[in-house]
Design a protein around this ligand. Sequence first.
Ligand SMILES: [Zn+2]
Length: 423
Amino acid sequence: MDIDSHAEELASALGVDKTEVKTDLQNLLQYSVPIDEAKQSIRRKHGGGGSQSSTPETVSIEDVTTDHGSVNVTVRVLTVGTRTIQYQGEESTIREGKLADETGVISYTSWQDFGFEPGDSLTIGNAGVREWDGHPELNLGANTTVAFAEESVSVPYDVGGDATLFELEPGDRGRTVEVRVIEVEERTINGRNGETEILSGVLADETTRLPFTDWQPRSEIAEGAEVRIEDVYVREFRGAPSINLSEFSTVSLLERSIDINDEPPELSIAEAVGAGGMYDVAVTGTILEIRDGSGLIERCPDCGRVIQNGQCRSHGAVDGEDDLRIKAIVDDGTQALTAILGTELTAEIYGGGVEAAKDAAREAMDKGVVTDEIAETLVGRAYRLRGRLSVDEYGANLTVDEFEPIDESPADAARAVLTEVRS
Ligand SMILES: [Zn+2]
């Protein structure tokens, strides 16, 4: 289509003069604005909000993209979570969760209470589409209409928020878990309304363990208690899922007892990394390489970060404190990750603590001897590693709690380190 045809089409759709539209188009194209964007911007100029002026399309969930300004969908409500947030300086209560049809699942945020519940089949008109974390999401607001669908929408997904801890993912809303509280402590934090008491700790079920925060401490959340918690949301904390109880979460004591699993899920590295971070996981792989920043290192006394040449990124020139650490590349054939071993595990593997390492480095006049010796022990051998996996743009890091050789031969077994230190 040439610019004349575009101008003609737009002008007749908007009911305005073609010459004016063409001049505007030419101006925008001159600045290398893509044609679709240019047309959208002209629609906005004449209709006040490009997306609202064009009639929303009726689509299946799998076809919703951020190219749609808004859409009409017929869906089943999978989950509804309630939460208060600060929005433009005001506290507002929003509902969030997932909607689905037979083609797919989509997250939504509802800025009004339309009164729907998990299991309801709805026809939603004029839902805004926005991008969140690389995916389209539906925004239900003042311009949105919500009505019960004429027929029930059948979906190949579980309706309702019940989930095991293993199934929870950051971004989940309105989920329900049945857990045992295995650790809990009260803490005072500086919240948005001044000093606030919160609870934090660890929950466990038959599948795994996850950390939690209760932003409105309740007495049912006590060590050893077995509880059903409805309407929790999941956030990412240090690269792994963390459960959050809001003022809308409800806690009730369970009638049954939970057979908690103290063993971590044993996964391939690809599976674990694919899960996007896990609080407790075990993988088995071969150490390919010991990375820079291993062996005898120096940390900032204020923040604990590893420093280079006496310079902390946050605190400038500092008097560094010596420490031991290992950063090892582990590969199991499916994928690789960086395993990080702290002071105690590193000392066991090295066969000596910080002082021994400093003596060796002084004698050789080279800190590298410590790293070399560690590499000599580890590289090319297979280990089982358990710890907390975080995955971000810098890669996958496993902060190791347990480290043990997977032994090929008795000779190797004799030489290898076997540790079960929980740091
Ligand atoms: Zn520092």
